[in-house]
Design a protein around this ligand. Structure first.
Ligand code: F6R
Length: 250
């Protein structure tokens, strides 16, 4: 795992956008679609702002890009402003020329677990059919989760339904009116789905992430109690930090 420390979120937005732009252009020049794995949450917002800026400046064209999002809460309507569907439209998709049919986000507003299982299998198939993910963007939970793969004795392999930990419910309640409104489960790409991406860029910004970042920087080991530690098994993973979190680790 390569580590890159940058001054602030804006610099991270530019750095990650450069990597995305370069790969997108390389793929499109070869007449191939570019496949981008996306995350929600506060961390990737500066990247999305930078990508929208470059799109408006005609520097980048998303017409031959396919996107796959990591996760979605179970039970929220797509129009709910706390759903990850809403987040993605509001922060990226409404402002760039990615085609609607090329946008993939786990659909979690389904009636029962059988339907969710069926959807999860189809999601995996879609990723395979597209030829796999070229670049996966990840944030990281304060508890070490990636996607919604929460610390546990066992982690899921492929896309599926997971229960959220009390920690995550508490952390994410900042976006909801009250803690009881936070969904208790989600559909997420599994650990293998994530690790199958050609390149992974995991970003951690702000002091709040210091414990988990410290754990990764100390290369303590791989454990299901810190799902992000499995990224040590990936051959092309960059951990991008801002100075705030890096300095807080010292
Ligand atoms: C979101 C996701 C989560 C977040 C993580 C960090 O799609 O998969 O793993 O990346 O919870 O969230 P923020 O960026 O809000 O600190």
């Amino acid at each position: 795992m390569e580590v890159k420390v940058l001054k602030n979120k804006e610099e991270i937005g530019k750095f990650v956008s450069n990597i995305i732009e370069e790969k997108l252009k390389e793929k499109n020049l070869n007449n191939e679609y570019f496949k981008l794995g996306l995350a929600t949450g506060s961390t990737p917002i500066p990247i999305y702002q930078e990508l929208v800026k470059r799109y408006n400046e005609n520097k980048i064209d998303f017409s031959k890009t396919i996107t796959f999002n990591l996760d979605e809460y179970v039970g929220l309507e797509e129009t709910n402003d706390q759903s990850y569907h809403y987040f993605m439209n509001d922060n990226l998709f409404n402002y760039i020329n990615v085609k609607k049919e090329n946008i993939n986000i786990p659909l979690a507003n389904l009636d029962n677990d059988d339907e969710i299982k069926k959807f999860a299998l189809e999601y995996e198939e879609k990723i395979k059919k597209a030829g796999g993910i070229d670049i996966q963007i990840l944030g990281i939970g304060e508890n070490g989760h990636i996607g919604f793969n929460e610390p546990d004795n066992m982690l899921i392999i492929n896309t599926g339904k997971v229960n959220l930990t009390e920690d995550t419910i508490k952390v994410n309640s900042r976006f909801f009116e009250k803690i009881d409104d936070v969904p208790k489960s989600a559909v997420t790409m599994g650990m293998k789905t994530i690790l199958d991406a050609d390149k992974i860029i995991i970003i951690a910004t702000g002091e709040k992430k210091k414990e988990v970042v410290k754990f990764l920087l100390e290369k303590k080991g791989i454990t299901t109690s810190v799902p992000a530690s499995f990224l040590f098994l990936h051959k092309d993973c960059i951990l991008v930090l801002d100075e705030d979190v890096k300095n807080a680790c010292n």
